[in-house]
Write a protein that binds this ligand. Structure first.
Ligand SMILES: Cc1cc2nc3c(=O)[nH]c(=O)nc-3n(C[C@H](O)[C@H](O)[C@H](O)COP(=O)(O)OP(=O)(O)OC[C@H]3O[C@@H](n4cnc5c(N)ncnc54)[C@H](O)[C@@H]3O)c2cc1C
Length: 428
């Protein structure tokens, strides 16, 4: 029977196309380790792999199955740099810190692609990504951003696209102009995750599915994690639960908020050769970003709809199909084969959250929709930090991430109001 994630709605096309997805046993009994990791997405599994490789004993627990969190269900776009453009970060943080964040993201991109290649994980990598404008009025900024990236940031792979080029490459007249990035691309996220779990286990990490942590306690200089059928006692703990933190740990929960995002997959579009003829990925300029791309077998994967409450829409497909038709009228009645959702962890300033939340307990989360490459690399940076090697994690730790206002009770309603306002603004 097809596995239905208990933490996210819908069966993804990724699940249907990933092939062999081995199961790992739940933790049964009490154990100790140098490092315990809670959460088996890219962050947690990369930390487990790298720590094991460096000689640490590691136990990782995943509350559901590997791939049920964002890492197995996302849009697959790697992007470049951080969520904000370098020009925005430079205005806020100055050139040096902005450049350090840019370089960190480039290292993250290369790390991910090299990791997949070295371990023989076929992640369906397709090069090319475009950021396109759904409104007029920002053309100067787009041109400037492309130029600054090429000159001040030493990244020559971006170019400005006028209306004609944008239309031809996207296969739609809906966007006014854009920036094309040939130095990045998109992947099959679940293939990466399944391969990563295999590689982490082979490196010696003890990895367990269906083992939710219910509490984190500190006793006798160690940290103890409670699970249904045993405890883990460790010198260090990594919380890698991202948007799914729930009530497990209050500092992370105050700084990282879940937003639900939904994706639909069409049948292969052999009859529509004009739709993304170069199979590049696209992200538009809305606050509630529409992101789409072609898969290796020619389907359109389209993400856009968001929800700020925990309810799941009953019919994800129809809504996504309407959004597809706004961009591609010829696909108004296209057959959708899969539709699913997942939770993105966002922070107030849309920058990653990296903090020691208790002695020896680090939390990494809040990549704000830009985590495919950053979460993989964050797991690696954490392992380097624990091993005492040079680590770039301090660059993320130094970022100022304030908590969401409103305290435990009001946080979610306030966020709902703010985001609904921004979503409304996208329409004008
Ligand atoms: C629909 C969608 C589209 C996205 N598109 C993109 C994109 O195109 N590009 C991009 O860069 N980013 C994208 N993202 C974001 C990206 O997927 C994430 O930033 C990244 O996968 C985060 O990885 P992670 O390991 O930190 O978290 P996750 O992959 O979410 O893993 C956290 C894990 O922790 C587990 N967990 C939670 N609580 C417990 C507990 N108490 N005990 C044990 N385990 C627990 C969860 O079950 C989950 O598996 C998207 C996200 C979504 C949902």
């Amino acid at each position: 029977m097809t596995w239905q994630s208990p933490i996210a709605p819908g069966i993804s096309w990724y699940q249907a196309s990933v092939g062999d997805r081995p199961e790992y046993p739940a933790l049964d009994g009490s154990v100790s380790a140098d490092v315990a990791i809670i959460g088996g997405g890219y962050t947690g599994l990369q930390a487990a792999f790298n720590l094991s490789r460096l000689g640490a004993s590691v136990v990782l627990i995943e509350g559901s199955r590997f791939g049920d969190g964002a890492s197995g269900r996302n849009g697959g776009q790697l992007g470049t740099g951080q969520r904000a453009w370098p020009t925005e970060l430079e205005a806020e943080l100055g050139y040096e810190r902005s450049k350090a964040l840019f370089d960190l993201a480039e290292n993250a991109k290369h790390y991910l692609l090299d990791f997949a290649e070295q371990h023989g994980i076929d992640i369906d990598y397709i090069p090319g990504q475009m950021n396109v404008a759904h409104k007029r009025g920002w053309e100067k900024d787009y041109r400037h951003d492309a130029e600054v990236m090429a000159t001040r940031y030493g990244y020559p792979h971006v170019s400005f696209m006028d209306r004609e080029e944008t239309g031809q490459r996207v296969g739609s007249t809906r966007f006014h102009y854009g920036v094309r990035d040939t130095g990045t691309g998109h992947i099959h996220p679940l293939k990466l995750l399944v391969g990563l779990a295999r590689v982490a286990a082979s490196a010696g990490a003890k990895i367990h599915e269906m083992t939710p942590a219910s509490a984190i306690r500190q006793a006798g200089g160690k940290t103890v994690i409670d699970t249904p059928r045993g405890t883990i006692t460790a010198d260090r703990v990594l919380i890698a639960t991202n948007a799914y933190i729930g009530n497990l740990e209050p500092v992370t929960a105050a700084h990282v908020m879940p937003i639900r995002s939904f994706i639909g997959a069409t049948v292969p579009l052999d009859k529509f050769p004009d739709v993304l003829p170069g199979s590049e990925a696209v992200a538009d300029s809305r606050f509630v970003v529409r992101y789409f791309r072609k898969t290796r077998d020619g389907r359109l994967l389209f993400g856009g709809r968001e929800a700020y409450t925990s309810d799941s829409p009953r019919d994800i497909s129809s809504h996504i199909r309407r959004q597809i038709a706004e961009i591609y009228p010829s696909l108004a009645s296209v057959e959708m084969t899969h539709a699913w959702g997942g939770s993105v962890g966002i922070t107030m300033p849309r920058k990653p959250f990296a903090r020691e939340v208790l002695p020896g307990v680090t939390s990494l989360a809040g990549y704000s929709g830009h985590g495919v490459m950053l979460s993989n690399y964050s797991g690696k940076m954490y392992a380097d930090m624990v091993a005492g090697n040079a680590s770039e994690l301090d660059i993320l730790k130094d970022l100022k991430i304030p908590p969401f206002p409103g305290g435990g009770r009001l946080r979610k309603p306030l966020l709902f109001l703010a985001l609904t306002w921004y979503a409304l603004r996208d329409r004008f």
